[in-house]
Design a protein around this ligand. Sequence first.
Ligand SMILES: NC(=O)c1ccc[n+]([C@@H]2O[C@H](COP(=O)([O-])OP(=O)(O)OC[C@H]3O[C@@H](n4cnc5c(N)ncnc54)[C@H](O)[C@@H]3O)[C@@H](O)[C@H]2O)c1
Ligand SMILES: O=C(O)C(=O)C[C@@H](O)[C@H](O)[C@H](O)COP(=O)(O)O
Ligand SMILES: [Zn+2]
Length: 366
Amino acid sequence: MPPPVQPVRPVFVNLGPRSYLVQVGRDLLKTLGEEVNKKLPDRTSCAVVTDSNVGPLYAETVLASLRAAGKKPCLITVPAGESSKSLSWSQSVLGEMVRAGLDRKSFVVALGGGVIGDLAGFCASVYQRGIPYVQVPTTVLSQVDSSVGGKTGVNLPDAKNMVGCFHQPVHVIADLDTLNSLPTREWNEGFAEIIKHACIRDASMFKAIEDIAAGKGDIVSLIRRNIAIKAVIVEADEHETIGTRALLNFGHTLGHAIEAAAGYGRLLHGEAISLGLRAAAWLSAQVSDLTSDDYERIVALLKLCDLPTRLPDDLDTEELMRIARTDKKFENGKIRFVLLRKIGDAYVSKDVMEGHLKQALDELRK
Ligand SMILES: NC(=O)c1ccc[n+]([C@@H]2O[C@H](COP(=O)([O-])OP(=O)(O)OC[C@H]3O[C@@H](n4cnc5c(N)ncnc54)[C@H](O)[C@@H]3O)[C@@H](O)[C@H]2O)c1
Ligand SMILES: O=C(O)C(=O)C[C@@H](O)[C@H](O)[C@H](O)COP(=O)(O)O
Ligand SMILES: [Zn+2]
């Protein structure tokens, strides 16, 4: 007999009228329809938005579960990869939603990684001025980060996430069994956001990450721990107005520029963020209090997770700076840059200048 599946306590994201639960566990897709029904009993028609890798693996189970719960789902599939997180693909998805007859009482299910969560969430946020959506994240990255917090949106050619809305999901179902089909590279990239969470909030998580990288440790509890960190930060500053949520952007100012400059899809989001994390940690050791030992510890952990720490040679510093200037953290020509005082203690600094960013890029070439 296989060991019984241990139930994992869901994470509650407390946002007043926009509160929701994040279910974490195994074998959750089969009961997805029932769970959705608890949250959206009066809504029937829905679109399951997925991508060309995830759809063939999991869409049938999700559709069957929704049908068994009395829902009427249609399936919308976009090509896998970051290029689908675009205005033109959002137009295509919205068009399919119209053709499927979805109305203001319909809802969306985002079945896939962060690309699908951001794209489908964005479509839900603007369709007939907003309908509910459920996140069903199927990558490490989307389970620990993107499915929680309600940032939705698409990229412009040179600017990541430049068009979007805050639109919280009504429910999140993180089924860890879906991670069994995740290729190694996509598994590893999720650890960039986990290392980010450890750097900004929880130094003790370094040990748990090392254990997982060594093939030991409990991935379910690591994922739940990260969802809980993200939930607490989002609860404190849902719309990123007071600065707490901005800490989740640690490593993202240069990371986003690198991701866009490389061409969407060449580096996965987590891989670009790994480079951004190294750059931001290095700057923390230059202009803040991070010790060089702790900087080296962060770089070592990125390497242990098989994440890149060297900038591809063909990425030009001036081009990266041009793209970085479009980042949402540039305001009135000033950069709001996240630095570490020590591992587990981050803050938003206004002391980082463009020259510092160029130096950090030089460092990434070593
Ligand atoms: N909204 C947020 O708060 C937030 C946070 C972090 C990242 N993001 C965004 O998330 C995106 C990155 O997400 P991602 O890394 O999950 O990328 P992704 O959605 O492109 O998924 C990565 C690859 O894995 C495949 N895949 C997904 N699940 C699979 C599974 N279970 N089995 C096999 N293959 C599977 C996908 O088809 C894709 O090819 C970026 O666009 C990033 O900007 C958003
Ligand atoms: O949820 C957040 O807030 C984050 O910053 C999480 C990031 O990992 C994520 O990549 C996010 O999409 C970046 O947001 P942006 O506002 O800088 O585009
Ligand atoms: Zn990110």
